[in-house]
Unconditional design. Structure first.
Length: 84
């Protein structure tokens, strides 16, 4: 499976990414090996994800979510497969 995910960073900001191993990717972010954006905002928490058959679908969805406003992202998190 491939995943599009949203993390909540220590400073309250949101980070969206995609991966084929969500647990490992979150661990990477928290160890400082993830994205440059999350490196200084650790720890991060997985708060939302969606599953896809292909990486292309996951990457496309990542791009779509990155176009959302903060409010739209928060609404998506409340409605969707939240990890809370």
């Amino acid at each position: 499976m491939n995943y599009t995910y949203i993390l909540r960073c220590r400073d309250g900001s949101l980070y969206t990414g995609w991966t084929n191993n969500v647990e490992k990717r979150v661990a990477d972010h928290n160890s400082g090996k993830g994205a440059k954006y999350t490196k200084g905002r650790r720890p991060v928490e997985l708060i939302y994800y969606e599953m896809f058959e292909t990486k292309e679908e996951a990457m496309r969805r990542e791009w779509e979510i990155k176009q959302f406003s903060r409010k739209e992202k928060e609404e998506l998190i409340k409605k969707g497969m939240s990890c809370d």
